[in-house]
Write a protein that binds this ligand. Structure first.
Ligand SMILES: *Cc1c(COP(=O)(O)O)cnc(C)c1O
Ligand SMILES: [Zn+2]
Length: 429
């Protein structure tokens, strides 16, 4: 293979460019950076065939086995040694009860909870940690509501790097905190919210030389793009009508928009699906801004049961605006009750997901009600994380008693008799 051309980091505000081995994760002007790659030597069917060959390969190389690195030309062409589990290769599932709940005939669930640490964050992290190793970073760090830190901890350990994680006090799901500690990251619980953690991390980056792998990090966006690349490949490169995803810090929304435009330009797909970004009603600054034509960036005091999207001032706000505009997309918000009912449906179907993930299913349902998504549309909803991430929310929802949720399935205590068992399980009272 010829040596691939280098990529560049370009400021999304002022257009300044930096080399790909520059460790900065924001421009001098404070603008966000995005990665631009040299055009691959192939496009269209030749590039699709190359991807298929790697998918079918039996070699143990990350560039073949990983659902991220298999698309290396679109992610980080110059990487040689990858820090990979591998990751990606997540299933595209169908479920009759979930499709009927949403109200469409063809619903696919792209389940990113099947990644090694249980969320899509692994797709971005494999790339960001690979870059940290290439840069010879002293340590890597992030501020996180949970899944980023779980993923960072695992990949930093794989790559042999010191990991620092800042989490906001009180608002972290148990499963995620457990993973972060177990994978040996230095875990600091900060008195403040997520946004305070992010500010502190950025200070540590410039003052202490910690390589920042928050979703600001442009390489994470490159890895997360492969969620849509892989799902389009799974659909035979026939793009769906809609891709619906939960939206918090908006890194994924931005990544999806970038991926889709790049894939169309490389003739991997011939039309763009519409993106629907779904926020929780209590943490919906992006939806509020969309409702007014994005004339103004919004901030809110976030409040939702879905901790992965409890974000008031999204880091990737500006680039996510481009993603929505470029795909004729929409942004909506769903109340926590609808999100939790959607989760209960997904969970009871045997698939399961964490609370934030269910925003995509609840959101798709709302879009059908509004008439924007039609029953004959082909819809892909992204399930971003695994059910076991947040057992507290599950148990809270299914608790018996006053004010129990619609779809609650509380455990029942019985005497150790067949009669009691039969009565509880088979009587239709
Ligand atoms: C990070 C995360 C989100 C939100 O993604 P953003 O890129 O921050 O918008 C949603 N769901 C889960 C499970 C996550 O971990
Ligand atoms: Zn700039």
């Amino acid at each position: 293979m010829n040596k691939p051309a280098a990529s560049v980091l370009r400021c999304e505000i002022c257009g300044a460019q930096y080399g790909e081995m520059d460790a900065r994760t924001a421009c001098e002007c404070d603008g966000l950076l995005s990665v631009l790659h040299a055009a691959p030597s192939e496009n269209g069917s030749a590039l699709r065939a190359r991807f298929a060959l790697r998918r079918g390969s039996v070699s143990p190389r990350a560039s073949d086995t990983s659902g991220v690195w298999r698309y290396q030309e679109l992610v980080m062409p110059s990487a040689q040694q990858m820090v990979s589990h591998p990751e990606g290769n997540t299933p595209l599932l169908t479920s009759a009860p979930v499709a009927s709940y949403v109200g469409v005939r063809q619903l696919s669930l792209k389940h990113e909870g099947h990644n090694p640490t249980g969320s899509f964050k692994d797709r971005g992290m494999t790339v960001a940690i690979t870059q940290a190793v290439r840069l010879g970073a002293r340590a890597v760090g992030c501020a996180s509501t949970g899944n980023t830190s779980a993923s960072l901890a695992a990949y930093a350990a794989l790559g042999g790097l010191k990991a620092i994680v800042l989490v906001p006090e009180g608002h972290v799901a148990l499963g995620k905190l457990a993973q972060t500690i177990a994978h040996a990251a230095r875990t600091l619980v900060v008195r403040g919210d997520f946004d305070a953690c992010l500010r502190l991390m950025r200070e540590a980056q410039s003052a202490l030389g910690v390589y920042l792998v928050n979703s600001l990090n442009p390489w994470r966006i490159e890895g997360q793009k492969t969620i849509v690349t892989e799902l389009c490949e799974q659909l035979g490169w026939d793009a769906p009508d809609w891709i619906v995803l939960p939206a918090g810090n908006l890194g994924n929304t931005a990544a999806f928009g970038k991926a889709l435009v790049e894939m169309r330009d490389l003739q991997l797909i011939d039309r763009l699906p519409r993106l629907a970004a779904v926020q929780a009603e209590g943490a919906a600054p992006f939806a509020a801004s969309f409702a007014h034509g994005f004339v103004q960036r919004q901030r809110v005091e976030p409040n939702t049961v879905a901790s992965a999207i409890r974000i008031g001032d999204p880091a990737s706000f500006d680039r996510a605006v481009g993603a929505i505009r470029n795909t004729d997309g929409v942004v909506i918000a769903v109340p926590d009750e609808e999100l939790l009912d959607a989760k209960a449906i997904v969970d009871a179907s045997g698939i399961g997901c964490e609370p934030a993930s269910a925003a995509s299913v609840a959101g798709a349902r709302q879009l059908v009600r509004q008439g924007l998504v039609r029953p004959e549309h082909r819809v892909v909803a992204i399930l971003t994380g695994h059910l076991l991430k947040d057992p507290e929310v599950v148990l809270g929802y299914h608790r018996a008693g006053e004010g129990a949720a619609k779809l609650a399935n509380p455990p029942v205590t019985i005497d150790a008799t067949l009669r009691a068992l039969e009565h509880v399980v088979f009587s239709h009272s």
